[in-house]
Ligand binder design. Structure first.
Ligand SMILES: Cc1cc2nc3c(=O)[nH]c(=O)nc-3n(C[C@H](O)[C@H](O)[C@H](O)COP(=O)(O)O)c2cc1C
Length: 189
């Protein structure tokens, strides 16, 4: 069974990101083709990157980094649920990505974003960042717009067609996740 983490990319009080991630998790957990888990960055209390060595060396010195590493290395694939802040992803998610290296390598990822125009500029930035981490991001993406998928720009209420988009997104992510796992030599079931 493949294991896929759904990472909530906003840590802001009043964030809408947790309700978006909950909805994605609801779509994903109905499937028997993969195991999904929600990860809230708040629970990992990562400060701004404070490791003395580049993460690619894997010489972690801080307990919070070791804990984050242990968690992330378990997963075969990822869904990043990202807000759009100033045409990019959140600083919190970028920082959490920066903390590690090999734990992300040769794994598949899908991006779910939201914002004024569906968070699409955050998606594009995340594609560049994750490429450097040697991740394979799927083409399918999910884009929720603040005006049409949220009541009063705050209460998440996605339009109906997003369920079909979610199915296609998860189908592709699971296929790529399996392929990357077999490439890593960890079996392809
Ligand atoms: C610091 C900051 C910058 C933002 N920049 C953008 C932006 O560039 N484009 C956009 O569409 N929305 C932008 N927004 C609006 C956010 O997409 C919106 O507030 C969203 O709810 C943020 O996600 P969160 O509530 O999960 O943190 C910005 C919001 C914040 C807090």
């Amino acid at each position: 069974m493949i294991n896929i983490a759904i990472i909530i990319g906003s840590t802001r009080p009043n964030r809408v990101g947790a309700s978006v991630a909950d909805w994605v998790y609801e779509q994903a957990r109905k499937r028997d083709s993969g195991k999904y888990e929600l990860i809230d960055l708040i629970d990992y209390e990562l400060p701004l990157l404070d490791e003395p060595h580049p993460p690619s060396m894997g010489k972690y010195t801080k307990d919070h980094t070791k804990r984050w590493s242990e968690k992330i290395k378990f997963f075969d694939g990822f869904i990043f649920v990202s807000p759009e802040y100033n045409h990019s992803t959140s600083g919190a998610l970028k920082n959490a990505l920066d903390f590690l290296y090999s734990e992300w390598n040769n794994k598949a990822a899908g991006i779910v974003a939201y914002g004024g125009v569906g968070g699409i500029r955050a998606v594009e930035q995340l594609r560049l960042i994750t490429a450097e981490l040697q991740m394979a991001t799927i083409r399918n993406q999910m884009a929720f717009t603040l005006r049409e998928d949220f009541e009063d720009y705050s209460k998440f209420n996605p339009r109906e067609h997003h369920k079909k988009v979610a199915t296609q997104f998860l189908d592709q992510l699971e296929a790529w996740t399996r392929t990357m796992r077999s490439m890593r030599g960890e079996g392809s079931s």
